[in-house]
Design a protein around this ligand. Structure first.
Ligand code: ADP
Ligand code: ADP
Length: 226
């Protein structure tokens, strides 16, 4: 269960650049929100502020009523899937997925069960002993998702996760991501510059322009009105 609220959340970078003036956004539990807009509009900045990878310089971020502004990334119960997968090249698929749990001191039996069950869910059961370089792009993307999923986070953050994949795989993976998210019911914030991807995935879209949420609404509300 995670309700995420951004109350006038803003970012001024140390060089004085005001990348995000103030964004108001109320994300309901289980909702799939897509942040869309051209390069440089502030999508990554906003996502990274929610992840705790970038400081929030004004306003307030709450998850289930708790103010998160000062919390370290590891204390946010959020998992992020990156565009470059961020897999450890020297570790097997299993260990890539298990790594975060090991760090947290989760016991071996639980890790084995969790990684195997998420591996099954993602169709990785035959690949658990491979290294990332022995995988296709789509398989690597699944491992990156598996890494995020084994933690049972309250919130998923996706930063252009499909942009390194070819067109056909992108469509397939986007369907898979949406099905998984529905099944797990995890509140999700997804960044893309691809409008079709945004419309296909989103419960609601946030159209960012120069750091401002210009429009917020369902795909129907934003794109299919006469
Ligand atoms: P997007 O993800 O939509 O491409 P970003 O969030 O990466 O946009 O960037 C938003 C704006 O903030 C851009 O104008 C970018 O140049 C600027 N920006 C990003 N990082 C920094 C930084 N560390 N210092 C100053 N400006 C930055
Ligand atoms: P843990 O997964 O236990 O947080 P890691 O060593 O895997 O530890 O990660 C180091 C840092 O990177 C931590 O601050 C963690 O929160 C962050 N991190 C790791 N994996 C992810 C992920 N999939 N999404 C978001 N943050 C992550």
């Amino acid at each position: 269960m995670a309700e995420v609220i951004l109350k006038e959340v803003g970012k001024t970078y140390p060089n004085g650049f005001n990348a995000i003036p103030a964004v108001d956004l109320h994300i309901a539990d289980g909702e799939f929100i897509v942040l869309v807009g051209p390069s440089g509009c502030g999508k990554s900045t906003l996502l990274r502020m929610v992840a705790g990878l970038e400081s929030i310089t004004s306003g307030e971020l709450t998850i289930n009523g708790t103010v998160m502004n000062k919390k370290e990334p590891a204390d946010r119960d959020i998992a992020m899937v990156f565009q470059n997968y961020a897999l450890y090249p020297h570790m097997t698929v299993f260990n890539n997925m298990a790594y975060g749990l090991k760090n947290r001191g989760v016991d071996k039996a639980t890790i084995l069960k969790k990684v195997n069950s998420v591996g099954d869910m993602l169709g990785l059961e035959e690949l658990l002993d491979r290294k990332p370089k022995q995988l296709s792009g789509g398989q690597r993307q699944r491992v990156a998702m598996g890494r995020a999923m084994v933690r049972d986070p309250q919130v998923f953050l996706f930063d252009e996760p499909l942009s390194n994949l070819d067109a056909k795989l992108r469509v397939q993976m986007r369907v898979e991501i949406r099905q998984l998210q529905r099944k797990l019911g995890t509140t999700t914030l997804y960044v893309t510059h691809d409008q079709v991807e945004a419309m296909t995935l989103a419960d609601r879209l946030v159209v960012l322009n120069k750091g401002n949420a210009e429009q917020i609404g369902t795909p129907l509300e934003l794109y299919e009105r006469p």
